[in-house]
Structures are given as C-alpha cells and as structure tokens.
Design a protein around this ligand. Structure first.
Ligand code: SAH
Ligand code: SF4
Length: 367
C-alpha cells in the first residue's frame, strides 16, 4: 500500500544513504536519488532515467517521493498565496508565499501551533502543538516550488521563490534539530542549493539556541523584540520571563557572522499606546549599542478576538523617523495577504481536534 512506503522526500543525506544501504545498493544510488528529488524535483521513479530500470522498480515497491497534502489554497488580492498543509497524522500548519515584483519569500512553519503564548499572536492561541519533522518542513518548501513550476533550478536565475523566512507558525529554535536538518537539506549545493544568505530565521528569543544556530547554519537572524522593557516584554512575549532582554541582547551581540554587511533584523510589532512612544524608540536605539542591527516595524495585524490595535500612521512614522535619525534602517512593513489571514501573526490552523498521534500534546493556554 502506498502509505506503507517510506517517503524519501525530506530525508537528510545520511538518512538517504541508510535507505539505499538497507536495500543492498551502492552509495552512488543515494547521490542519484538526491539529485532527482532535490534538484530535479521529480516525484516519479519511472522518470528518474539515470537509475537502472531494475532499481527504479525495486525502490518504487518500498519507497515513494511524496509531498504533504494540501487541504486548501487561497490567493490574496495582492497575490500572496497561503497553503493549509495537512500531514499524515491529519494535523495542519500553514505555508505562505509572499511575491514581490520578480521574486519572493516563502514563509515556512516549524510547528503545528506554538507552545509560546505571545499575546498579540494568533498562532499562540492554538492549543494543539507539535514539532514538525524535517521532512514536513522541507515538504512545505517543495510544494510551493511545485505550485510555481520551479523545478529544476534554472541556470540563469529568474525564479519567483528566491528566499525562505522561518516566520510561519511555531518557534523554530524550540524545534532546532528538525529545523537545522531541514535547512541543511535546503542549502545542500547538489540539491535545492538555496544560499544561507537567502534564509532568515525568526526567533522570539530562545537565547541558548541562538549561538548554535549561527555557528551551524549561518542563516540570517531576525529577533522578535517588540518591547524595550522587561515588564512589558514579559507580557507581550512571555518567554522573556525566562530569557530577559539583557540576555537576549547579549546573545545578539555574540551572534556569529553578524557584521555590517549582515545585520540582525529586530522585528517590532506596532501596538497602539503599548510600545509605540518616542521614548520607546529612543530606548531601542540605546539597546542596540554594539550590534549591527536593522529594524522591521510590523503594523499589528488584527485577528478575531485580538486584544490590541495597530498604532496610528502618525505614531509609526514618528517611531521610524527616530530610528532613522539614529542611523538605522526601519521600514514600516506593508502587510501582505491580510484578506486571507496570511499576514504576520494571523496564522492558525484548525488542528484543535483530539490528537490522533501520541506526539501531539495539549499545552496549557495562558490566562
Ligand atoms: N515564532 C517566531 C517566528 C514566527 S512569527 C517569532 O516569534 O519570531 C513571525 C513574526 O510575526 C514575529 O515577529 C511575530 O512576533 C510577528 N507577529 C505575531 N503576531 C503578529 C500580529 N498579529 N501582527 C503583526 N505581527 C505579528
Ligand atoms: Fe509563537 Fe512567534 Fe507567535 Fe510568539 S509570535 S506565539 S513565538 S509564533
């Protein structure tokens, strides 16, 4: 039966090699499969023409190359596209593609829901949470490439899906191992070969994992700061109670590879009357001492039941101007895909039903 077969898409090099070895085949078969699966994007063994016919048939009996299922695809008025992706245990997460003029970023989820409970984020209200596997993370990227017909890699550039942001549902650094395996597959030069410079990982500030992320993956870092005082950040981003601002800033200062050419992005959601005063902006500049930093000011995106409002344009412009005067780039982000609830912080799947899988846990929702 097809669902008994082992899925090769999403396996690391070591895992692919182990599958091939278990079949009693020579290691070069793993290299060939890698090329077909991750460079060509091929899902049908019968079209993998460099493999012997006998091997194609044999591998097809026990293995398959499968994408996660898609429950729903929506395309926004601004062309932002959102996939509700369903995994084999029926749990769901969302993937979003944000097109620019001639390129774009795919926003990938790292967990079903999120164990953290940031009070302005819709994902944080979702009760059912589990980590996504490396295969489920890579699978999201692969299905967006299917959707835009972007296999194999064009030699002359010109692809729409040019960047990845790990900014979907979940906290990537609380699922570090699987995220790292997935990003290593995606960066592998004989496969998808996306450069680490085109990948940005966003964290709410899981301090102990940041150094490792920089050393092992070397991807761009974005930090969801959102507040300049612990009293407020404790409420907005409750993980701050464990890793306060001082420790977070220290970890940013020490982030490997951060320099003038590669700055850390600080995300700052603009909440009316909460964190948007000129004093906040000045304090933000003070905090950045010794860090190569830039800002992303994110207008708060509302969702059903949200407690906050977006800052006024005047407040956002004033805030940006202070940061600019302090020498920082601080664009106010244009929200994308709001009409299909695909914008930052609006993602939430309906994975609220009773878990079928032991790996799925109910986490307490903060009062
Ligand atoms: N968990 C990670 C990555 C996913 S969230 C993190 O928190 O960094 C991606 C970004 O969207 C984060 O900066 C997050 O704080 C922000 N965000 C969450 N809810 C939002 C909302 N309702 N409006 C605007 N931005 C929001
Ligand atoms: Fe989780 Fe990020 Fe949302 Fe916070 S903002 S609840 S860390 S997804």
């Amino acid at each position: 039966m097809s669902d008994q077969r082992i899925n090769l898409a999403g396996l690391s090099r070591a895992e692919m090699a182990a599958e091939v070895a278990a079949m009693g085949e020579k290691p070069f078969r793993a290299k060939q499969l890698w090329h077909w699966i991750y460079f060509q994007g091929e899902t049908d063994f019968s079209r993998m023409t460099t493999l012997s016919k006998a091997f194609r048939e044999r591998v097809g009996d026990t293995h398959e190359v499968r994408r996660p299922d898609v429950s729903e695809v929506q395309t926004s008025e601004d062309r932002t596209r959102k996939w509700l992706v369903r995994f084999s245990d029926n749990q769901e997460a969302e993937t979003v593609f944000i097109p620019e003029e001639d390129r774009g970023a795919v926003c990938i989820s790292s967990q079903v829901g999120c164990t953290l409970t940031c009070t302005f984020c819709r994902t944080g209200t979702q009760k059912l949470v589990r980590n996504l596997s490396a295969a489920e993370i890579v699978g999201q990227f692969m299905l967006t490439r299917d959707s835009y017909n972007e296999w194999p890699t064009p030699q002359n550039g010109g692809r729409m899906i040019s960047n990845i942001v790990m900014m979907g549902m979940g906290e990537p650094l609380l699922n570090y191992q699987n995220v790292a395996t997935a990003l290593k597959i995606i960066m592998d030069r004989e496969g998808i070969a996306l450069s680490k410079r085109r990948i940005t990982l966003s964290t709410s500030g899981i301090v102990p994992a940041m150094q490792r992320c920089g050393e092992e993956l070397g991807v761009n870092l974005a930090v969801s700061l959102h507040a300049v005082r612990d009293e407020l950040r404790d409420v907005l981003v409750p993980i701050n109670q464990k890793y306060p601002i001082k420790d977070l800033i220290e970890a940013c200062r020490a982030y490997p590879g951060a320099n003038n050419a590669r700055r850390i992005t600080f995300e700052y959601v603009m909440l009316k009357g909460i964190n948007d005063s000129p004093a906040d902006a000045h304090e933000l500049i003070r905090l950045m001492e010794g860090i190569s930093a830039k800002f992303n000011l994110i207008p708060f995106n509302a969702w059903p039941g949200a407690l906050y409002e977006c800052s006024s344009n005047t407040a956002m412009n004033r805030f940006a101007e202070i940061l600019n005067d302090g020498g920082f780039s601080a664009p106010i982000r244009t929200p994308r895909g709001r009409d299909i609830l695909a914008a930052c912080g609006q993602l939430k799947s309906a994975s609220m039903r009773a878990p079928r899988n032991a790996a799925a846990v109910e986490v307490p929702v903060q009062a």
